[in-house]
Design a binder for this molecule. Structure first.
Ligand code: SAM
Length: 272
């Protein structure tokens, strides 16, 4: 996953969204189907803002399901790709670490695949939640799906060895070697990803990071911004094993596994 703040060489996946979809395929639109199911279960209205929309495939699925969708991303390359390849939604440039897309304009804000965790500092998390609250109509929902910081307490399986993945696209074979490390001081999961390709191009090294957010910390942050937490659990979800399915079990209550799923409601102004 790309980071807009990545230093050094250009970011292969952000600059080439078609590679992003080749590396992280979701042909069955599982993430978008899970999101639509959450929105329906909680009776969300039709207007959806998908923050960190990436290639726009989830936003387009929600649009096809009858919703009025705005996809927002900080990457102009992602936005251009979304407009060309996944039309239907409106696509706008916005930084989730503080944005203003109007007051009460949306019935739901979705933020999938750890996009929320690009808020690295407490100030950025506060700005994200204040922006979401402004964007939501009273009763509106915040739906997020992300890595779980608590997973790394006492577990090192994701940290021990680099993860190597290969895939072919457009006649070229790409190989990525990903190393994760925990920065305990910054409370970040730092990622180094080295890309090689068999087309003669030079290797590219990318650096990015996710905030390690803990479930109880998230509850406290949401409460301090006036949100009611309706669901916070580790699955099933679109990136859990086994994955969510329409006829599968309902959400659990544990927050132990490596993915968190959040549904929170903006209750609107308090009545006197
Ligand atoms: C995991 S990716 C895309 C997820 C997308 N929903 C999908 O599955 O195709 C995360 C996205 O967040 C975007 N992003 C990163 N930092 C951002 C920021 N500060 N504001 C808005 N978008 C950001 C990236 O450009 C990227 O498109």
């Amino acid at each position: 996953m790309p980071s807009p703040a990545a230093p050094g060489p250009r970011n292969l996946l952000t600059d080439r969204p078609e590679l992003y979809e080749a590396r992280f395929p979701d042909p069955g639109r599982l993430a978008a189907r899970w999101t639509e199911d959450v929105l329906r279960r909680h009776g969300a209205g039709p207007r959806v803002l998908d923050l960190g929309c990436g290639t726009g495939r989830d936003a387009a699925h929600l649009h096809a399901a009858g919703r009025t969708v705005t996809g927002a991303d900080v990457s102009e390359a992602m936005l251009a790709y979304a407009r060309a390849h996944h039309p239907g939604p409106r696509h706008v440039h916005a930084d989730l670490r503080g944005f203003d897309l109007g007051q009460g304009e949306f019935d739901a804000v979705t933020c999938l695949d750890s996009a929320l965790l690009y808020c690295h500092t407490n100030e950025q998390l506060d700005a994200f939640l204040a922006s979401c609250r402004r964007a939501l109509s009273p009763g509106g929902l915040l739906v997020a799906e992300m890595r779980n910081g608590a997973y790394f307490l006492g577990r090192t399986d994701l940290l021990e060895a680099p993860k190597v993945a290969g895939f072919a696209w457009g006649g070229t074979t790409y190989r990525s070697t990903t190393t994760l490390t925990v920065d305990r001081t910054a409370q970040l999961l730092r990622r180094t990803r080295r890309w090689t390709a068999d087309d003669g191009s030079a290797p590219v090294e990318q650096h990015s990071a996710w905030r390690l957010v803990f479930p109880q910390e998230l509850r406290h942050l949401l409460a301090s911004h006036g949100f009611d937490v309706l669901e916070l659990h580790d699955g099933p979800g679109p990136r859990t094993d086994p994955p969510w399915s329409e006829d599968g079990p309902p959400p659990g209550r544990a927050t132990d596994a490596d993915r968190l799923h959040l549904v929170a409601r903006h209750p609107g102004p308090t009545t006197p």
